[in-house]
Design a protein around this ligand. Structure first.
Ligand SMILES: Nc1ncnc2c1ncn2[C@@H]1O[C@H](COP(=O)(O)OP(=O)(O)OP(=O)(O)O)[C@@H](O)[C@H]1O
Length: 232
């Protein structure tokens, strides 16, 4: 079910607790379409938990999450994807198409084109038949992002997409994120990458489960104006 909201995703009073730990504490956030939001803050601030809540893979303990559409792609940290998958790079990217259509459906020509386009955009078309397990870290991260692109989602969520990567892979990923935002996607990254943070339209800083700063180079009214006149 989707909601009649102008934000791509809205968090209202969201809390997440793990036994004695408060990972998120009464968080309100409107995720804006057609822009990049960087979530920053120290270790343990709740950044990954917030991304999981936005993605819908972590139900909040309190509060609620509203989405304009159900089309969300979540690109987890590389560490979250097993190295031992017996899959080719094309297989990994094709999983993104299943997210659109359901894994029972045959992959058609349009889906194959979507996979090809995602492989091209991440500059890994030459690796399509290679085993995912033999890829370098940078190639692997590009394959996982290509999977997210193949999903064709309205909201693209990424956990540390450029951390520890070679400069060329990181730059390619940042370019793809900029292009996605330009075509209307709400892009949200947890990141420590200073270049990625500097390029983001909005930076949300977290400390101890709370949002302590929410700034935009476009000015203090960026979120309100974006909600008043959504670009998609
Ligand atoms: N599955 C879990 N079980 C128990 N505690 C958890 C779990 N996931 C996160 N936490 C705790 O919740 C708090 C927020 O964690 P989270 O991973 O969201 O922070 P973070 O800002 O992403 O940190 P980092 O930068 O280190 O990845 C931390 O205290 C963490 O130990």
């Amino acid at each position: 079910m989707t909601d009649d909201i102008t934000a791509a995703v809205r968090l209202e009073g969201v809390g997440v607790r793990f036994d004695g730990t408060v990972a998120l504490d009464d968080v309100d956030l409107d995720v804006i379409a057609a822009s990049r939001t960087a979530i920053v803050g120290p270790n343990g601030a709740g950044k990954s938990t917030m991304l999981e809540v936005i993605a819908g893979v972590r139900p909040p303990t309190s509060g609620r999450v509203l989405r304009r559409t159900p089309a969300v792609a979540f690109v987890p940290q590389r560490a979250a994807v097993p190295d031992t998958l017996p899959l080719s790079v094309r297989d990994v990217v094709t999983i993104g198409v299943w997210g659109r259509s359901g894994s029972w459906r045959r992959i058609g020509r349009a889906d194959r084109s979507r996979v090809d386009a995602a492989l091209e955009r991440l500059d890994i078309a030459a690796l399509a038949t290679a085993s995912f397990a033999v890829l370098s870290g940078g190639q692997r991260q590009r394959a996982i992002l290509a999977q997210g692109l193949a999903r064709g989602a309205d909201t693209l969520l990424l956990d540390e997409p450029t951390t520890g990567l070679d400069a060329a892979s990181a730059a390619r990923i940042r370019t793809v994120l900029e292009d996605e935002a330009r075509r209307g996607v709400a892009v949200v990254c947890v990141s420590h990458d200073e270049t990625l943070i500097a390029e983001a339209e909005r930076v949300v800083r977290m400390t101890r489960g709370r949002i302590v700063e929410d700034v935009s180079a476009a000015g203090p009214d960026f979120v309100r104006k974006s909600l008043d006149s959504p670009r998609t």
